[in-house]
Design a protein around this ligand. Structure first.
Ligand code: ADP
Ligand code: MG
Length: 695
């Protein structure tokens, strides 16, 4: 259970003064959470120095300032669009104008009552030698001067929420900060000059300069270390618990492996053989396997997965393979069925869609061991599913990174070995921060005989030509993906773009054009994708949802609009949707001219290389880790304080510290361990804390 000491900040932010039901929705949109701690993690990106209140006579340069004046007169706008001027004077007679465009007259009269004193803050300019301020940031009567801070933090905002309300909520939230036990070593605190966590959080929201809002400030560094430590510690704990259970030492007898090799119409690639022998080594020992298999789409992971599973079946155990979606599970099953038949192994599929009698029958076969291989979605790890003797689990993550959260799923009965597969090549330098100490295999060699995908760059101006040009392809029975980009700020725009494109193409190709987008229900999405897979549609217009999509060997053309807005890794993944059949494939990267030099360089890499590992390294080099992994498209849990580009060393340090800490105190039961538990809860690594009590 979360320690009580954290309750005050894990409460809903609706309990704060000034946050009503309506603004709460906006806060939740901005923060991605609804707790006070979510609010407090919202960090300023800059700081405005308004200074103390200065007499008007002392203001002699342009820039942000705060001053106290007396309003002398109003000159309303002479016509629409003309300025509304409010004249004011300072203590010893200087004058200034406060200027507004298109502001309601009554509001101005109420805010700036004539002959009254007022404090204003904003950007001072000199206009015809007169001091002027256009739309002040603040205008308050003297008794409310505390509303204007000398240093004002600037936060990312969302439409509809005012900075004033956000500031007020944060000030309210800060009052709830508890004093927590220190989890960092004394000597380390001294060495870096760090404050305690609560003081750091207070300092975070009270920056005294722009510099203090940068990720390498002392305050931000400590908070980033905390976050990195929580993450690394959680990974260590999950790993330790995982490894603590004695695994199965498989014999790896060659019988079924040989049958597999005989059944395959091809030879394994060098990378596949190497990977399988790494897996065999792991499985041959009584320590549980926890291995990550990275390989591009099409690099041949499925065969490796089957080879892995056969190792257990050889020894009389069952194997399971889990896919992220229903479609993918069914696809794996389709691919594996003929091979299983040839080898003489019984395979069964279980997804959420199996109901009633069918489901009961499937569950029975899993329980009595008749099903040797079980393929499915996460449904295969529900409580109602009981394996007779599960020996290994293959988790196909595709493009997600939930590895550590999912390990507990494999904790059924015996302690199975685990192979996690991902189609996202991760640059070597980043694997540590993402996967901790996981063992890694890489399929860095493509099966032979693949035709290269021709990649071309074409300006959006030629969209009509491209749309028309597809006629020829369709006449030849080819199918086309047309991808509209993710618009991170606005789902509405994103949807509108995709709909526009769908309309444009439908005008030419009628009802042979389908549309899938992120707002659709999974079932609807599946249905459209299936129609495309069956050939009932020639063109599939999609937002990036097809990333984890179906395998359609007849699809030979990938068109990506606004390719310059995508990360290289994403472009690579999308391109990997074509080139799966025997026909020659192409990829058209459309861009909005003119393309920047950097943009050109990035897109030309796509022309030059089809190797996901090379592209991932280049992407990292050109855009930095924050861009590569920091977006929601990456599938990574958000990092609040860690800046993957500037905190690489810090991550490394946290990794080592987490290791030492868990070596010394694996159950976190010392006083320091107790503080570390608080840290884990603070960063919502509750799952990891739970592992402490198990095993
Ligand atoms: P991944 O799961 O990594 O995306 P798959 O396992 O689906 O890739 O393999 C892609 C295609 O390549 C499949 O049609 C598969 O049969 C084929 N394939 C796999 N390994 C080889 C190989 N060694 N030689 C030739 N073709 C292969
Ligand atoms: Mg696959």
């Amino acid at each position: 259970m979360r320690p009580l000491i954290l309750d005050s900040i894990f409460r809903s932010l609706r309990t704060l003064d000034g946050v009503g039901p309506k603004s709460a929705t906006l806060f939740e949109k901005l923060l991605g959470g609804e707790k006070i701690i979510d609010l407090l993690r919202h960090k300023p990106v800059d700081c405005i120095h308004r200074g103390d209140i200065k007499p008007l006579s002392e203001i002699n340069k342009e820039g942000i300032a705060t001053t106290q004046v007396t309003i002398t007169s109003h000159s309303p706008a002479k016509r629409r669009g003309a300025p509304y001027r409010i004249s004011a004077k300072g203590d010893d007679g200087q004058v200034m104008d406060i200027v507004y465009f298109n502001a309601p007259g009554q509001w101005l009269k109420d805010t700036y009552p004539t002959d009254k004193e007022i404090i204003i803050s904003g950007k001072i300019e000199f206009y015809n030698d007169k001091i002027q301020i256009l739309h002040p940031d603040y205008a308050v009567p003297p008794e409310k001067k505390n509303e204007i801070k000398a240093f004002e933090p600037i936060y990312p905002m969302t439409g509809g929420l005012s900075p004033k309300l956000l500031h007020k909520a944060i000030i309210g939230g800060i009052k709830h900060l508890p004093t927590l036990p220190e989890w960092i070593d004394d000597s380390m605190i001294k060495k870096h000059g760090w404050l305690g966590w609560s003081e750091c959080m207070r300092a975070l929201h009270n920056p005294q300069s722009s510099k203090e809002t940068l990720s390498d400030s002392v305050t931000r560094t400590r908070l980033a270390y905390d976050e990195a430590l929580a993450r690394q510690l959680a990974m260590q704990l999950v790993r330790l618990t995982f490894k603590k259970k004695k695994g199965i030492s498989f014999n790896n007898a060659p019988d079924l492996r040989q049958k597999l090799l005989d059944a395959l119409p091809f030879d394994l690639t060098g990378a596949q053989s190497r990977t399988l022998s790494e897996i065999d080594d792991d499985m041959g020992t009584p320590t549980r396997m926890l291995r990550l298999l990275q390989g591009d789409v099409g690099s041949g992971k499925t065969v490796v997965a089957l080879g892995t599973m056969l190792n257990c079946i050889n020894d009389g155990f069952q194997s399971a393979m889990m896919a992220p979606t229903e479609i993918l599970a069914r696809q794996h099953a389709e691919t594996l069925q003929p091979l299983c038949d040839a080898i003489g192994v019984t395979m069964i599929t279980l997804t959420g869609r199996d109901k009633g009698k069918d489901r009961t029958a499937i569950l029975e076969k899993i329980e009595n061991g008749e099903a040797q291989i079980v393929i499915g979605t996460h449904a295969i790890f529900q409580d109602t599913v009981n394996f007779k003797n599960l020996g290994c689990v293959v988790i196909d993550e595709q493009h997600r990174f939930g590895v550590h959260q999912r390990l507990s799923l494999s904790d059924k009965g015996v302690a199975p070995d685990v192979l996690v597969m991902t189609a996202t090549p991760i640059p070597r330098t980043l694997t540590l921060s993402l996967f901790g100490d996981m063992d890694v295999s890489r399929l860095d060699e493509k099966p032979p005989g693949r035709k290269p995908i021709e990649t071309v760059l074409i300006s959006t101006d030629r969209i009509a030509d491209i749309a028309q040009g597809l006629k020829r392809k369709i006449a030849e029975g080819e199918r086309i993906y047309w991808v509209c980009p993710l618009v991170e700020e606005s789902e509405k725009i994103e949807l509108a773009n995709a709909e526009d494109r769908h309309t444009l193409l439908s005008q030419i190709y009628g009802d042979r054009v389908g549309l899938v987008h992120g707002r659709m229900k999974p079932l609807e999405k599946d249905q459209v994708m299936q129609k495309f897979a069956r050939g009932d549609l020639d063109i599939l217009v999609a937002t990036t949802v097809i990333e984890v999509g179906v395998n359609v060997p007849e699809a030979t053309v990938m068109i990506i609009e606004h390719a310059e807005r995508f990360g290289l890794a994403q472009l690579h993944q999308l391109r990997g949707r074509v080139g799966r059949g025997s026909d020659k494939s192409s990829c058209i990267l459309m861009y909005n001219a003119p393309l920047s030099e950097a943009g050109k360089e990035r897109l030309s890499i796509m022309k030059k290389s089809e190797d996901g590992f090379v592209i991932a390294e280049k992407d990292l080099e050109l855009r930095g880790a924050g861009e590569v992994l920091g977006t929601k498209q990456s599938g990574l849990p958000a990092m609040h304080f860690v800046d993957l580009d500037n905190h690489r060393d810090l991550m490394q340090m946290a990794h080592q510290d987490a290791r030492l800490l868990t070596e010394k105190d694996p159950t976190l039961s010392t006083r320091r361990g107790d503080a570390l538990k608080t840290l884990l809860y603070l960063f919502e690594q509750d799952e990891a804390v739970k592992t402490l009590g198990s095993g």
